[in-house]
Write a protein that binds this ligand. Sequence first.
Ligand code: ATP
Length: 513
Amino acid sequence: MTHQTDQFKKVISHAKEYGFVFPSSEIYEGLSAVYDYGQNGTALKNNIREYWWKAMVQLNENIVGIDAAILMHPTTWKASGHVDAFNDPLIDNKISKKRYRADILVEDYVAKIEAKIEKEVKKAAKRFGDAFDEKEFRMTNSRVISNQEKAEAILKRLGRSLEKEDLFDVKSLIEELEISCPESGSREWTDVKQFNLMFGTKLGASADSAMDLYLRPETAQGIFVNFLNVQKTGRMKLPFGIAQTGKAFRNEIVARQFIFRMREFEQMEMQFFIPPGTQQEWYKKWKENRMKWHLALGMGKENYRFHDHEKLAHYADAASDIEFQFPFGFKELEGIHSRTDFDLSSHEKFTGKKLRYFDPELNENYVPYVVETSIGLDRMFLAVLSNALTEEKLEGGATRVVLKFPYALAPNKAAVLPLVKKDGLPELARRIVEDLKWDFQTIYDEKDAVGRRYRRQDALGTPYCITVDHQSLEDQSVTLRERDTMKQERITIADLKTIIQQQVAVSSILKKL
Ligand code: ATP
């Protein structure tokens, strides 16, 4: 087992053991790629969402937030392209019962031909030494030429068949190329089927009149269909943004990797409406803004990178991912897309209604362009959790497991611990909880020796432990223990609130933006 998967396993089991994430309907053996958030996970998720929301809506006077419904008029998904284009072509092997993406089987085959060509070129380069002219060789060697032509012909045919939705021909191609199942070696394939990633459902009670609906596969369309409502009622002037967080659903084929790829997940999206022609400038700005938002959490600059897309989706004229170093490597965490006027124009076509902005400066009506930022809340949760989980060797050989969350994101901010369960210490500790709970999530814990209680709070990522002892009764002071340094300081009870609040408030991170 590699170190990485080892670390990932620890993240998953810690998440379960400490009430962060549970498999959905676990007593029924769970449901694949669906998860529930527990008592601590929910608090962490709420805090991440709050940080995003405040950074977007509260700090920007030209961005407002909405909450659109999960169910939308089904034509929305025709207009957005999801009905026709949110598909993967699937094929099953009859012997291994394994499911594959048909296009990927063919592309893998072509990759093998290309590898053969490269091998041939390398061999020749070695044989001819300095005199080798690679270009000339590629253009004249008969084996290279025929393999090159073969690879191109296959890809061309695949592309054409997929475009025409000629799935019969995709299967013929797999058969003609004698592609076998990587698992079983068998060439017994089912027909190729188009698999749409949207979940279907029905509106209405009677079978005849029921309307076919979809659970939304992204939150963005809820924003586009409300563009005019918000622009008019909020008297918004371009450029302005609409933000939204909420559930999205995708029937993912290969759903693995815990909460990284789920069938039900939450997105945090912001559509920024701008005059056409300014998209490059805003795209650049939003890439920078979003990276700043991540870096302000202090989870390590080296753990982030941009991945600019070469192959663009049908709606985009520029796109980039912010990738994060998860325990299984750098993977997409957030997308920033320049979506042109694709969505609004398409909704205009399908509704026959104008979705335009009157620009008072230009004295002109036009369909705004859009730059979108889109991040998965659950993926962000996984980034924060996996980055926080640390095992430390202590003096004396013991290890402590600690979740080093950014303070503002920690589920609980402080735990109040009476040293013993008598002599009036619990009563004083309770009074402190009563005082602090108005400002931040505070917990009370009197069970077990205080050392074990510290470990328990470390494993939950609680930034501060407040210990009440006999001296507290005399001089109204307590010890304040900090999670990461484990340093303890004697301070007066009256100062607790201010000291802790300064460190744990989300505003402390927001001010870095
Ligand atoms: P991927 O390539 O990983 O499938 P995507 O490019 O399809 O993702 P987008 O449609 O751009 O993703 O969605 C925006 C964000 O939503 C992603 O960056 C990711 O954080 C999140 N997201 C997408 N699909 C899932 C999923 N199945 N589970 C959890 N989060 C998801």
